[in-house]
Each structure stands twice: as C-alpha cells, then as structure tokens.
Design a protein around this ligand. Structure first.
Ligand code: GLP
Length: 279
C-alpha cells in the first residue's frame, strides 16, 4: 500500500484528482470505479477543474459505481445515481451510456448484481477504483463480516452505517436498510485502487486498514492483499498510524516513480486472477 499523508482535505482531494486524471491521460478509454459519500466530493470538484483547465477528454471513459441503496429510484435525491450526476457526471459532461450504477429498484436484485459483474468484465475490468472508508471500516457497503472474496450482492446495512448516513436524509428512519454493493473480491480485481479518508472520525478505521491484521471485521483491510493501492488521507485521519514517519519517507523516495501500475495498459487483468476468467 502506498500511504500518502496530505496536510488537509483540499490537498488530499487535489492529489487524488491528479491521479485519476493521469489514468485518463494514459488511457482515454479508462474504466473508472467511483465512490459516493462526502469524502470524494472535493476530489470530484478538482477533477472537473482539471478536465476544464487542461481540456482533458472524458468522452471515452466508462464508469462503474460501488453501490446503491435498495428501493431508491435514480431520481431520488439521496440515491447514489443523483449524487453522481450532481457531483461529477454533469460537470464532466458524461453521457448516460458511459455510466453504470446498480439499480436499487430492479425486480430481480440477484440478476442485477450478476449482470453488473458481467458488465465490468465486458468493459475489460476497472483501471482505478476510487474508495472511501466507513466509520466501521467498510468499503462500498461491505460491512464487518463480509467475505473478503465476495462478489456484487445485496447487503444489510450495519446500524452504524445507517446512523452515519442519516445526515443525508430527513431522519434515520428514512435510510434504506439494505443496499446493492460491489463485493470485496470485485474491488480487488481492479488494476489499481485509490482510497481516501479525511477527518479525525476516520483515524481508527484508517489505522486498522493499514496497520491492523487483515480480517473480515475490518473489510477495508482486504486492500492489504491488492498489489497497487494508493491510500491518501489528511493529517487528522492519519493521526493513529504508528508508522507515519516511515510512510512519509517512502513517499519521498517514490517521488520519481510512476503513479500507475505497469499493468494498467494490459488489455485484460492478470490471467492468474481467475475472477475475470469467463467460464
Ligand atoms: C457510504 C458509502 C461508502 C463510503 C462511506 C463513507 O457508506 N457506501 O462507499 O465510503 O459512505 O462516507 P463518507 O465519505 O461520507 O464518510
């Protein structure tokens, strides 16, 4: 894991946006895995600015989002569909057919999840997966106890997640109890991952993800198994890391190294990673 500690939320957001922009520069038809939540909002704003200032073309990219609430239509203001159009897609001028989000209103949710997996495979796999981390250590909506090899599925939200996300709704009762979420196995198939955390409230799960043992109680810790994860936080979220100094040293040492993995250009993912083999 490449651990980067930025001085504040804005610096973290800019750094993250520069990395995503670099993927699109290197691969104009990149497949971007995207996240919701308050954490990536600054990064999306910075990305829109970079796209405008540099004339960076997003017309060939494909996007896949991590998750969506069950029972919320795309038009619901708290749906992740609405969030993405408001915070990123509109600003980048994306066309609807470039974007892929799970449908929380699908009649057959299991079929919706397996079709989503198939769409990712057909697109050639995700080049960079953007992630945030939940207060309980979740990634996407993979709550504590989730399989670290799981695929996209319907999940029951943890009471802490429901409480955490209640701030976006009128009251806690309105927060859906279930969601559709990319699995951790699906996330680990991405060619690279970019996970962000800001604020003191994320310090504990962030430290567990980076320095704790890998276990299903801290779903984000599964990223320790991925060969190319860039973990960027502000100082507050990094405050419980015991190896902070060393990470800064490594970051300086790697300053002239490529930001993207050498396999970003491969048409398919490492054939040893069986999850992408079509059977
Ligand atoms: C939700 C999303 C996650 C996100 C998390 C953290 O639960 N499903 O993908 O990482 O919120 O949200 P925030 O960035 O608002 O702290």
């Amino acid at each position: 894991m490449f651990v980067k500690i930025e001085r504040n939320y804005d610096a973290m957001s800019l750094k993250a946006a520069q990395i995503v922009a670099e993927v699109v520069r290197a691969k104009p038809n990149a497949v971007l895995g995207l996240a919701t939540g308050s954490t990536p909002v600054g990064m999306y704003q910075a990305l829109i600015r970079i796209a405008k200032d540099e004339g960076l073309d997003f017309s060939q990219v494909t996007t896949f989002n991590l998750d969506e609430y069950e029972g919320l239509s795309a038009g619901h203001p708290q749906s992740y569909h609405a969030f993405m159009w408001e915070n990123l897609f509109e600003g980048l001028g994306l066309r609807e057919e470039q974007t892929n989000l799970l449908d929380g209103m699908a009649k057959d949710l299991a079929a919706e999840c397996s079709e989503f997996e198939e769409k990712i495979r057909d697109a050639g796999g995700i080049d960079i997966q953007v992630l945030g981390i939940g207060g309980d250590g979740h990634i996407a909506f993979n709550e504590p106890g989730s399989s670290l090899a799981g695929r996209t599925t319907v999940v029951a939200l943890h009471p802490q997640t429901i409480a955490d996300n209640a701030r976006f709704f009128d009251n806690e009762k309105e927060v859906p109890r279930r969601a559709l979420s990319m699995g951790i196995g699906t996330i680990l198939d991405a060619r690279s991952c970019l996970i962000l955390a800001g604020g003191k409230g994320k310090a504990k799960p962030w430290a567990k993800m980076i320095e704790g043992p890998m276990c299903s109680q801290v779903p984000a810790s599964a990223l320790q198994m991925h060969p190319w994860v860039i973990a960027i936080s502000d100082k507050a979220a990094a405050s419980k890391l015991s190896n902070r100094k060393y990470y800064k040293h490594v970051d300086r040492e790697r300053a002239d190294q490529p930001v993207l993995p050498p396999w970003i250009e491969q048409p398919q993912l490492d054939p040893r990673r069986q999850a992408f083999a079509k059977v």
